[in-house]
Design a protein around this ligand. Structure first.
Ligand SMILES: [Ca+2]
Length: 229
């Protein structure tokens, strides 16, 4: 069992010549759009963060429990809440870089549309609740700070097909309708990697990439916080 795990780990790292994605050794933070949709009552920012972490854990992601929703309310925004890393923000498809750093994430365009969910499945053409501009600042409407699910209230959404400012700020929708969320990894220390042969190789690759980040990457310019174990 131990030997098998070691072999798998070596393969993930490309050290034995097996197929390895271009991101195997890139330090970075994971960004995903949720596989599930929710109405505008997300339970505020804390409730939205919890939903990100629940999905990350169910998908077996490294550092699950340390994701934060790209969402704004009167309580805060991505700019005020999130750590501003000077390392890439990555999709879970094993090949796409959303932005090379926080400043490039929030400059009005992304290099790859955020269209991959926590299970590595493609989710194009979806809308995600944000209440946030592409710069990470609070915008409106926000489904009454993400506590409303009635038709008469609205919430700003981004599009998983957009690479311009509309990735975060596309249009408002009724809080009665369903929207995804965008979740961003937020911590800088490694959790012990858990090797699992039942997981798809792509997820294993990203776990390795993520763990490598904690070993070789700097926390960045923000006040990076330790990962919750
Ligand atoms: Ca950019």
């Amino acid at each position: 069992m131990t030997a098998t795990s070691s072999t798998t780990m070596a393969a993930k790292n490309g050290e034995d010549g097996e197929v390895c994605s271009s991101l195997c050794k890139i330090a970075g933070k994971v960004v995903f759009i949720t596989s599930k949709g929710y109405d505008g009552d997300l339970g505020g920012l804390a409730g939205a963060d919890d939903k990100c972490n629940t999905l990350a854990m169910e998908a077996g992601l490294a550092n699950a429990g340390n994701f934060m929703a790209w969402l704004s309310s009167a309580e805060g925004s991505p700019s005020s809440r999130m750590t501003k890393y000077e390392e890439p923000y990555l999709l879970l498809d094993g090949e796409s870089i959303v932005a090379a750093s926080w400043s490039e994430l929030t400059d009005g365009s992304v290099d790859s549309a955020i269209n991959v969910d926590e299970t590595s499945a493609l989710q194009p053409g979806k809308r995600a609740w944000t209440g946030t501009t592409a710069s990470g600042a609070a915008s409106s409407p926000t489904c009454k700070d993400w506590t409303s699910e009635i038709k008469e209230d609205g919430g700003l959404q981004g599009s998983s097909s957009s690479v311009d400012v509309e990735w975060s700020s596309k249009a408002a929708a009724s809080c009665f309708t369903s929207g995804r969320r965008i979740c961003v990894e937020q911590c800088y220390q490694a959790r012990p990697m858990r090797a699992s042969r039942s997981r798809p190789m792509r997820v294993l690759v990203m776990k390795k990439a993520s763990a490598t980040a904690w070993v070789t990457g700097a926390p960045g310019s923000g006040d990076g916080r330790p990962c919750l174990l």
